[in-house]
Design a protein around this ligand. Sequence first.
Ligand SMILES: [Fe+2]
Ligand SMILES: [Fe+2]
Length: 362
Amino acid sequence: MPTKLNYSFDELMAERYFTKRVTRAKNMYHGGLDADGKWIPPRSLHRIDAINAWTGRLTDEGHPSKVLFLEDLPDTFFPNAPQAKHLLRNGATGAMSGILTLIGVVEGFGNVGLKMFPRDPLQPMFVEDLDGTCMAHLDPLFAAHGHDEAGSDYKGFHECGHDEMWYNIRDAALDNPPVPDDVFKGIPFSPPPGYAGQATPSGDAKNKNAFAGPLAEGIPPSLDMLVQAMMSLLAIELIAYTTFNWASDVLSDSTCSKDPEFAARSVGYIADDETIHVSYLQCALSEMRCRTVIGENGQKLSGQIIIDEAVERARANQSGLRIDRVMKYRMKEIEQELAAHADGDKLLEEFRALGPMPEMAA
Ligand SMILES: [Fe+2]
Ligand SMILES: [Fe+2]
C-alpha cells in the first residue's frame, strides 16, 4: 500500500511512460499503452497511488471509504443491448449514432461543470487537520479529471478526452455515420452553467438543475455547493458503468459493429479512466463524512449528516423524471428513424418484443 500522502499539483498531473499511443483517423487518445498493450490511464504516474493511499488511510482509521453505491442507482440502459443490436443489424444507425454522440457530449459537460466547482480553501471550514488527505488535493484532481473528460494539449499535440473518444468509437463502430446538427438540438438534459458548446436543451429539460436548498443549516455556502456538485458528479460517474457495459456488449458484436475490436477496447479504456474519478470522489466525500464542519457562525456541524443528505438528494435526482425524459427522447428518435425505414413497422414490433419501452404520451 503506498504511504506518501502529500503530492504537488504537477505530481498529480504527471504522465507515466507510454510505449505506444492509441490513434484513429489522426485522432490521438489521452493515456497510452505499456509494452504489453495494457491501457495506462492519463495523468496516472502518481494519481492512482495517491488515491489508494488516502483511501487506505481512511480504512486504517476505521472509516468507510465509499458514500454512494452502484446498487443505489438505476442500472438499466434503454434501448437494451438486444434492442440496440436489432436496430444496427437492420441498418437503422441514426438513433444509435445520436445516442453515442450525446454520451460524448455529456462527457464534455463534466469538464465544464468541474471548472465551476467552488475552490475555496477547505481547511478553514473543518475542525480536523486536512494535511495528507484527498480533500486537500482537490485542485489538481479536478484539473486532471476535467482533462480526462474533455481532452487537452500535451507537448503541442491535442489529446482526445472521453468526449472525442466516444465520437471515435461511434465512427469506428458505425462506419462514420453522418452527424447532423439536429443531434445537438433539444437534448434531454441541461448543460452545466458556463457551457459554450453547440448542444441546447429541450424546453422541458431547461432549468431542471434547480437548487434544492442547503444540505444543513449554517453550512458555508461554498462547501454546500461543492458537496452537492461532487455528489451528483459521483452519481453520474457510477451510472456510466451501465453505459460502458451496454456499449461494450453492443459495439463488440461483429454482426452490428464495423470495428468491434477497436470499439470494445476504447470503451474499456474509458471505463478504466472513470475508475479513478469514482475512487477520488468517493474518498474525498468519505473524508468529509467523518469530519466536523465549522458552520457560518462557528457552530459545529456533523459531516456525516451533511454527506448523507447529499447522498439522498443525488439518489432522488437520478431517478424519476430526469431518467424518464432521457428514455422518451431516445424512443422518439428511434420511432422517427423507423418511420422512415422500409420495414419500419415490422422492425418496431420486433424491437418492442426485445425489451421494455418507455411509456409515450399518445
Ligand atoms: Fe468520462
Ligand atoms: Fe468521469
